[in-house]
Design a protein around this ligand. Structure first.
Ligand code: SF4
Length: 638
C-alpha cells in the first residue's frame, strides 16, 4: 500500500485484516480503480459513495455501479468511491475496534461523503444495507439523521418497490442511472453553493421537485383497519411528484461505460470484460420483473459494441468479452456482430461469451460462431414452464418440439450435455405441469442418444421457486406455499426415477420453497415490512442471499411476532392473491407500464393466452412508450 490518505481509516483497518477471511477484498487499489483528490474545496465537490451491499465477489463485477463510478469521477466537481458489505467476521472486528464502514478506494468513512448511493439488485441484501448504515454511525431511521449526514439513496431493480425500506432511506431512483446521477450531482452542488438552504430536507425537496429522486417521507400511507390493505397513498409535501417516474436513457451509444472495467484482486463471480449490448426486453415473460421495468429495448450499435470490447480488453487484460443483456441473441444485429467479433478475436487469447437461453437453432449457430475453434461452454435453455400450458401462462412461447429440435441439432454438432431452467410454483400450476419436466428431460436424453449415436449424454434440470414481483402481470398472484412447491419437486424426482436407466442421465437441481417466502415478503412488502427487516437484522440476519447465512427460522419467527402485532402475517404478504381494486404498495411509482394493461395481461395469463414481442409485431400499448415518451431503439441503421 502507498501512504494512507489523510482521514483514512487504513491504520485502524489494517490490524483487523488478520481476523477477516479474504482480506484482499478490503484493500482497494485494483487496476482501474480511482481515488480522486479529496482536498478540493468541499463546497465545490460532491462526494459519492457507490455501494453494493453484498460481498466483494458479487459486488465488484456489477456493471451499473462501475458505470456510475466512471461517470461521476470524470466530472471535475465530483468524486466517487466504492464500498461493499463487510462479511460478518469483519463486521464484528470493525465493531470491536470502533471502525466505521469505509470506502475501499481511500478507506475514508462513508459518513464523510455527501451521498451514499446503494445499488439493490436483490431484496435479500436489505439487512446488509442496515449493517452498512449502522456501521457508518448513521441513525437507521432517515427521520433521525443529522443535518451533516450524507443522503442515503437506493437504485437498481429493487428501487421499483422501495417501500419496505422507507424508514431507512432518504430516497430512491427509478430506472437508468447515467443521466440522473449527473442531475443529482448538479442539484446538490447548487444547494451547497447557496449555503444549503433548508438543510437536508431542502435538498431532498429540490431533488423531489425535479422528479430526480422519490422521497418516501414526502408521502403518507394510510391503511384500512378492516382489510389491513393500503387505503391510500398521498403526497404530504408540495415538492413531491404525484407519481415519481422511471428514468430512461434512450441512446446507449452516448454512454459508453464502463470504459476501463475494474480488475478485482479476489475471485469474483464474473472475470471478464462485459459490454452491455442492449437494455430492456420485450418478449413479455410475465414473471420477469427485469424485462417489464426496463422497457423498451434500446440497442447499442455494432461498431460501438466492438470498440467498447476492444478498449475494455486493452484496459484490463481480461481474456473474455461478455456480450450482456437480458436476452443477448435478440439483438437485431447479433449475427453480423458475432461474426465480426469472432473474426477479430480468432487465433487470439480472447474468448467471447453471450448469455442467452433462447430455445432455437439460431442460438446454437451463435454459440458455434462465438466458440469457433475454442472451448465449448455448456448449453443452457430456459423453457421456464414444465408444460406447454404453463409456458403459455407465463408467455414463454416455446413448444416441446422447438426444444427437441434444438437439442437434436446441438447433440448432432457434438454437444454432450444441456442444462434446462424451470420455475416451480407458477400461477395456475398443477403437479402434472411440473412432473412433465421429467418426460421432457427424458425425451432430451433419448433424442441426444439417437442423434449422437452414443449414450454419453446428460441433462441437468435446474428449478427455482417462482416469486411474484412488482410491476409485472403476476404482481396480483398468490405465491405458491413452500410445502406445495416441495411436494411438486418430490413428485418430479419420482417421475425422473420412474424413467429407469435414462433417468440416471438427468440431474435435478432444485431450490426448496421456503427461502422464496422471504424474497416474496420483501419484494411485495409495504412500509410495515420495514419493522420486520429491522427486527430480523437486530436478531442477527445478515447476507440472506447466501444459503450458508440465511436463517429462515429467525425470519419466520420474527415476521410472525412483528406482523401479528398489526394483525398481519407472512402468508398475508405472500400466499394471498390480490384483486384489481387493491392499492399495491408501489402503485404510486411509475415504471411506465399501464396498470390496466398489466391487469389485462394477468387475466390473459390465467386463460393461457400469449402476447407477441412488440419489436416484431405491432405495438399493443403497454404504456411505456406513450407515457414516458420513449421508443424502441434498434441498432439497424445506427
Ligand atoms: S408501448 Fe408498444 S412499442 Fe412500446 S414497449 Fe409497449 S408495446 Fe412495445
Amino acid at each position: 500500500m502507498t501512504q494512507p490518505e489523510p482521514d483514512s481509516l487504513w491504520p485502524l483497518i489494517e490490524p483487523l485484516l488478520t481476523e477477516a477471511h479474504d482480506p484482499v477484498q478490503y484493500l482497494g487499489g485494483e487496476l482501474n480503480s480511482r481515488s480522486k483528490d479529496w482536498s478540493q474545496d468541499q463546497s465545490e465537490t460532491i462526494r459519492w459513495v457507490l455501494a453494493f451491499p453484498d460481498a466483494y465477489s458479487v459486488a465488484v463485477p456489477n456493471q451499473g455501479l462501475q458505470m456510475l463510478y466512471e461517470i461521476i469521477n470524470e466530472r471535475p466537481d465530483a468524486l466517487a468511491e466504492r464500498a461493499y458489505a463487510p462479511w460478518p467476521d469483519m463486521e464484528q472486528a470493525m465493531r470491536r475496534a470502533g471502525v466505521e464502514w469505509f470506502t475501499v478506494d481511500s478507506h475514508r468513512p462513508a459518513s464523510r461523503f455527501d451521498i451514499i448511493g446503494l445499488s439493490l439488485s436483490t431484496e435479500l441484501g436489505y439487512t446488509n444495507l442496515l449493517t452498512c448504515l449502522d456501521l457508518s454511525g448513521l441513525a437507521l431511521h432517515a427521520k433521525d439523521r443529522r443535518q451533516s449526514d450524507p443522503l442515503v439513496i437506493v437504485g437498481g431493480h429493487c428501487a421499483f418497490n422501495p417501500e419496505p425500506l422507507a424508514d431507512f432511506i432518504d430516497g430512491a431512483v427509478l430506472g437508468d442511472g447515467e443521466e440522473v446521477v449527473g442531475a443529482i450531482t448538479d442539484s446538490t452542488r447548487q444547494w451547497k453553493e447557496q449555503g444549503k438552504p433548508g438543510g437536508r430536507a431542502g435538498l431532498l425537496e429540490r431533488l423531489a421537485r425535479a422528479d430526480l429522486v422519490y422521497v418516501p417521507a414526502f408521502y403518507t400511507v394510510g391503511y384500512d383497519e378492516q382489510s389491513k390493505q393500503i387505503a391510500q397513498v398521498f403526497p404530504n409535501n408540495p415538492a413531491a411528484a404525484p407519481r415519481p417516474t422511471k428514468k430512461t436513457v434512450l441512446d446507449l451509444d452516448e454512454w459508453q461505460y464502463p470504459k476501463a472495467p475494474l480488475v478485482p484482486f479476489a475471485e469474483t463471480v464474473h472475470e471478464r470484460a462485459s459490454v452491455e449490448i442492449f437494455r430492456g426486453c420485450l418478449r413479455g415473460c410475465r414473471f420477469c420483473q427485469a424485462g417489464m421495468i426496463t422497457r423498451p429495448v434500446r440497442e447499442r450499435s455494432a461498431p460501438v459494441i466492438e470498440r467498447m470490447a476492444q478498449k475494455a480488453i486493452a484496459a484490463t487484460g481480461f481474456d473474455e468479452v461478455g456480450l450482456l443483456s437480458l436476452s443477448s441473441a435478440d439483438h437485431s444485429q447479433i449475427a453480423k456482430l458475432a461474426k465480426t467479433m469472432a473474426d477479430h478475436y480468432e487465433g487470439s487469447q480472447t474468448g467471447l461469451s453471450l448469455p442467452s437461453t433462447r430455445v432455437d437453432a439460431f442460438n446454437l449457430e451463435l454459440a458455434q460462431e462465438l466458440h469457433r475453434g475454442g472451448r465449448r461452454s455448456g448449453l443452457t435453455f430456459a423453457p421456464e414452464g414444465g408444460s406447454e400450458r404453463m409456458r403459455r401462462v407465463i408467455n414463454k412461447q416455446v413448444t416441446e418440439e422447438d426444444l427437441i429440435k434444438t437439442v437434436a441439432t446441438a447433440f448432432g454438432q457434438g454437444w454432450r450435455s444441456v442444462k434446462l431452467y424451470f420455475m416451480c410454483g407458477l400461477p395456475t400450476e398443477e403437479t402434472a405441469d411440473v412432473t412433465q419436466i421429467a418426460a421432457l428431460a427424458g425425451r432430451v436424453i433419448a433424442t441426444g442418444r439417437a442423434t449422437a449415436g452414443h449414450k454419453d449424454i446428460s441433462c441437468t434440470v435446474s428449478i427455482g421457486p417462482f416469486v411474484p414481483k412488482p410491476h409485472t402481470p403476476f404482481q396480483w398472484a398468490a405465491q405458491c406455499p413452500p410445502a406445495v412447491v416441495d411436494e411438486r419437486l418430490a413428485a418430479l424426482r419420482q417421475a425422473v426415477a420412474a424413467l429407469g436407466k435414462p433417468g440416471r442421465a438427468i440431474t435435478i437441481r432444485a431450490a426448496p420453497g421456503r427461502p422464496a417466502m422471504l424474497e416474496g415478503l420483501l419484494a411485495r412488502g409495504d412500509r410495515r415490512v420495514g419493522t420486520v427487516i429491522e427486527a430480523a437484522w437486530r436478531a442477527g440476519a445478515r447476507f440472506d442471499g447466501w444459503r450458508e447465512y440465511l436463517d429462515m427460522d429467525l425470519w419466520e419467527e420474527t415476521a410472525a411476532i412483528v406482523l401479528a402485532e398489526r394483525g398481519l402475517s407472512l402468508d398475508w404478504y405472500t400466499t394471498r392473491p390480490r384483486d384489481y381494486d387493491e392499492v399495491l404498495p408501489w402503485d404510486h411509482l411509475d415504471a411506465g407500464l399501464d396498470r390496466d394493461w398489466l391487469w389485462d395481461d394477468w387475466v390473459a395469463a390465467t386463460a393461457a393466452e400469449g402476447v407477441e414481442d412488440c419489436r416484431w409485431s405491432s405495438c399493443y400499448d403497454c404504456g411505456v412508450c406513450t407515457r414516458l415518451g420513449t421508443e424502441i431503439q434498434l441498432a439497424v441503421g445506427l
